[in-house]
Design a protein around this ligand. Structure first.
Ligand code: SF4
Length: 270
């Protein structure tokens, strides 16, 4: 990474930590339920603070993590992430009845929006509270598909292998071999419900052959100029290629990250 870029991302990371601590002092008591975010690309998502939940970030994370840039890194968004984590921390030790009530609330939000899938950790990562809530949601509301982005094999191991839970292990060129081994062991036991997604940072940055989704580097309007691989998410492909799709509604239309059958139609590179 270029030195000035590295210095900048280190600064942003430090600022996020300060903002997170500051937000924790000002939790709004009325925020009893989770805030389910909504955006035009990924639909509904639950976001939590990266400064406290991303325990397994890689050396390359700071080059492409969109949680470090733009509106999602500003104080108002981080306040929401911190409040979400406060709800999840409460659920980590709450009664099953309380967890189920929160599951019913999130399911109702999705129903009102007409969404039948939920992205977990649009920014941030799993925690004991989110694992409990996910378990309850997948059991009580089986028609909702859960797209769970994580770098924690340890917390993912607390999730059941169910048809409506799709665990996406995010990796890049700097993922530690021991983490990759743990992810692959989980995937092997998951009967196709878990998969690898690779953040591709250069044209010669070749993903492992068992990756099912490749995210070519993209930030705001920038999209990597290199040609797509068969597994590349089309919403990250440069618009100069005919296969590229616009961001708006791309996940609702595509569904590969939360539909096992569609995922298996895209063969990893031989
Ligand atoms: S592969 Fe499809 S579902 Fe996954 S992020 Fe890209 S557009 Fe969304």
């Amino acid at each position: 990474m270029h030195n000035s870029t590295q210095a900048n991302t280190t600064r942003v990371w430090r600022r996020l930590r300060i903002v997170t601590e500051d937000c924790a002092q000002r939790l709004r008591p009325e925020r009893y339920h989770l805030h389910v975010s909504e955006n035009s690309k990924t639909g509904s998502s639950i976001n939590v603070p990266i400064a406290t939940t991303c325990q397994n970030k890689t050396a390359a994370c700071t080059q492409y993590c969109y949680g470090l840039l733009g509106p999602i890194s500003l104080q108002a968004s981080i306040q929401t992430h911190v409040e979400n984590q406060a709800v999840l921390n409460r659920l980590a030790t709450a009664s099953y009845k309380a967890v189920k009530e929160e599951a019913d609330y999130s399911a109702a939000v999705l129903t009102v929006r007409g969404h039948n899938f939920l992205r977990w950790n649009g920014v941030g990562d799993l925690s004991l509270g989110s694992v409990r809530l996910l378990r309850a949601l997948s059991k009580q509301h089986p028609a909702i598909q859960h797209w769970v982005s994580t770098r924690s094999a340890q917390l993912a191991a607390k999730l059941p292998h169910k048809d409506n839970i799709h665990v996406m292990f995010s990796i890049d060129q700097s993922t530690k071999p021991k983490d990759l081994t743990a992810f692959r062991a989980y995937i092997h036991a998951s009967n196709g419900q878990a998969f690898l997604a690779y953040a591709q940072l250069a044209e010669d940055d070749v993903p492992p052959t068992d990756v099912h989704v490749v995210f070519a580097q993209h930030k705001s309007a920038f999209r990597a100029p290199w040609p797509p691989l068969p597994q590349t998410c089309l919403a990250t492909v440069s618009l100069k290629y005919p296969s590229a799709v616009a961001h708006d509604n791309s996940c609702i239309s595509c569904r590969r990250c939360f539909d096992k059958t569609l995922r298996e139609q895209i063969s990893p590179t031989p």
